[in-house]
Write a protein that binds this ligand. Sequence first.
Ligand code: ADP
Length: 250
Amino acid sequence: MEFQGVVKRFGDNTVLDGLDFSVAKGDRVTLIGPSGSGKTTILRLLMTLEEADGGIILVDGDPYTHEIRGGKRVEVPEKRRRAVRRRVGMVFQQFNLFPNMSVLENIIEAPMHVLGLTRAQATVRAEELLDQVGLADKRDARCTQLSGGQQQRVAIARALAMDPEILLLDEVTSALDPEIVADVLGVLREVAETTDITMLIVTHEMQFARDVSNRVLMFDHGRIVEEADPETMFTSPTHERTQEFLRAVL
Ligand code: ADP
C-alpha cells in the first residue's frame, strides 16, 4: 500500500501534511511516536473511516479513494473501493464487537454477508480461528460476558475470518489489564509467524514491535522523522526526537 502526498485536516488542525510512505507485501511495519502524531489517522484512512483531504492512497497499485486524471480528482466507484477495502482488516483498541451477538455470530457475520460464505462454511472457519485464539469454549457466549482480553481475541479472530491481506492493529492492548496483555500479544505473534499477512501496527509495546516488525517508523506531527529496522530504532536511533521519545517510553 502506498500513501502519496496524503493530507488530512480536522478543522484547522493539519494532522498529515503531504505524507509519503509505502508498505510492501508481507511487511510488518510499526508506527511509533507521541500521542496525537497522526498514527491512528493513517490506519483509519486505510479503513476508509476517514477521508483524505489531499494526496492518494493506493492498495496494490489501485487508487483507493480517488485518482487524479488529467489534473482532475475522480472518485473511485464505491464498488471498486469496497473490493479493495475487503482486503484490509482492522483490530481496534476498544474491540468494537457487536455486543448483542454471540462470539460465533460476531465472527461469521462479515464472511457471510460480505464474502458470501454459507453459515456452515463460515462456522467451520470461525471454529478454527476460535481454537487458534484459545476461545473454542466461548463460541456461544455473549461478548459482554467476556473479559477485555477475551473480547480482543474474538476481535482478532473476527478480523482474520475475512482472510485479510493487510491487518491494521490500533493500540490493541491499550485498554487491557497488564496481566492479559501478554496473552493477546502472544496470539498476534503467532499470526505474524504463521501467515504472510501484511501488518501495520500502532503500539506502545516496544518489545512486541521489536519482535514482530521488520520496519519501524517514528512519527512526530504527522511526519516520519526516522525509519529503521527495529534493532537499529530501539538501540541506536539517530534522530533526537526519537531518542527523546524512546527514553520516555522504554
Ligand atoms: P495518534 O494515533 O498518533 O495518537 P491520531 O491520529 O489519533 O494520533 O490524532 C492526530 C490528531 O488528529 C490529534 O491532534 C487528534 O486530536 C486529531 N484528531 C483525530 N481524530 C479526530 C477527529 N475525529 N476529529 C478531530 N480531531 C481529530
